[in-house]
Unconditional design. Structure first.
Length: 346
């Protein structure tokens, strides 16, 4: 790695010209790191990246007065809002139509931030207020709770905005206690005959044994969803047939997907619900607006040394996976660029 900023501007330009003659810089670099005031940097990016960025995550100063951020904290509310406003309006110009912005903040400026962002993106594009659990109900602040001064502060917020009402994020699963309704093993044998096994009854598995077996062999494991009041008329007839036939029935929906029906219910597959974290498999439930599975960033996570306001890689990974595909552009213009670089390498 060569820091070209140490050389005179004339040499920098000559070097970049020589490299560009043999390499496509955009294709042969993993990203762009601009060391600058973020307002100036956002202006610089306008010509090259306008309407191309798919996701922005920002973690601005919380305006606390005592949290040691690199950016000067403890602005008066109006000054703080001005800083966020002019930078966000520039950043919005970089977003593609099907893009999103996430801003992490604490209680102090959360209300002001949301009003400001809604004035920029429009209230209809405020998608979610996500609560991220960042600490536990213990520690030195217990004395303040006992004095009746304030409750434990265990959460921060992520305000989530889209650049258009048509934007759709990708759903995700988070680890949870195993659901024992996923106890049906359903598959076709070599001869093409459907086989059904209630693992709890027929194999006499304990709850713990069922969980291990199912998570190790999720492809053929299902639960049976019998609340189908909103089902279309076509599938209702087949559901009714499966209720009395004692056989597995199938139905092809309008998108060409095959649904497996049994005992009057739709068989819901376990496979997509399996969450793998640190090599261990968990049962997953669809994500909500409370993220209590993130935790805190360790000092050495991702081999990034960044003590002030460092955010867990798991948090950034989830946001990026919700909103982008491979090779999409992601922008940060406050504090977490080193961690985004670590995620890019991973």
């Amino acid at each position: 790695m060569v820091d070209t900023s140490l050389y005179p501007p004339s040499y920098q330009q000559k070097l970049l010209t020589l490299i560009s003659e043999t390499l496509d810089l955009d294709k042969n670099t993993g990203g762009v790191l601009i060391h600058s005031d973020n307002f100036q940097a956002l202006n610089l990016l306008q010509a090259r990246y306008r309407e191309q960025v798919k996701c922005i995550y920002i973690d601005p100063p919380y305006n606390t007065g005592n949290d040691g951020f690199i950016y000067k904290d403890n602005y008066q509310h109006s000054s703080w809002l001005t800083i966020i406003d002019n930078r966000t309006r520039l950043a919005k110009k970089l977003l593609s139509k099907d893009a999103a912005l996430f801003c992490q903040i604490s209680d102090i400026e959360n209300s002001n931030l949301n009003k400001l962002m809604c004035s920029i993106f429009g209230e209809k594009n405020h998608r979610e207020t996500i609560s991220v659990i960042t600490s536990s109900k213990s520690g030195v602040n217990a004395i303040n709770v006992k004095r009746g001064e304030h409750l434990f502060k265990i959460k921060e917020y992520i305000q989530f905005y889209s650049n258009s009402p048509e934007f759709r994020f990708k759903y995700f699963y988070t680890p949870d206690k195993y659901n024992n309704n996923y106890k049906w093993e359903i598959y076709k044998d070599i001869g093409g005959t459907w086989r059904v096994c209630d693992l709890k009854k027929e194999k006499n598995l304990s709850d713990q044994e069922l969980e291990k077996y199912a998570l190790d062999n999720p492809k053929n494991i299902f639960s049976i969803e019998k609340n189908n009041s909103k089902a279309g008329e076509g599938i209702k007839a087949v559901l009714e047939k499966s209720k009395y036939s004692g056989e597995v029935e199938t139905f092809i929906d309008k998108n060409g997907n095959e649904k497996i029906l049994y005992q009057g219910g739709v068989c819901v597959p376990l496979l997509e619900r399996v969450v793998i974290e640190n090599g261990k498999k968990y049962f997953g439930v669809l994500g909500s607006d409370i993220w209590d599975d993130i935790g805190q960033a360790s000092g050495s996570e991702g081999n990034v040394s960044f003590g002030n306001g460092k955010k867990p890689e798991k948090l950034l990974k989830r946001i990026i996976e919700m909103t982008t595909n491979e090779n999409d552009l992601v922008l940060d213009f406050f504090l977490v660029v080193a961690q985004l670089h670590a995620l890019h390498k991973n």
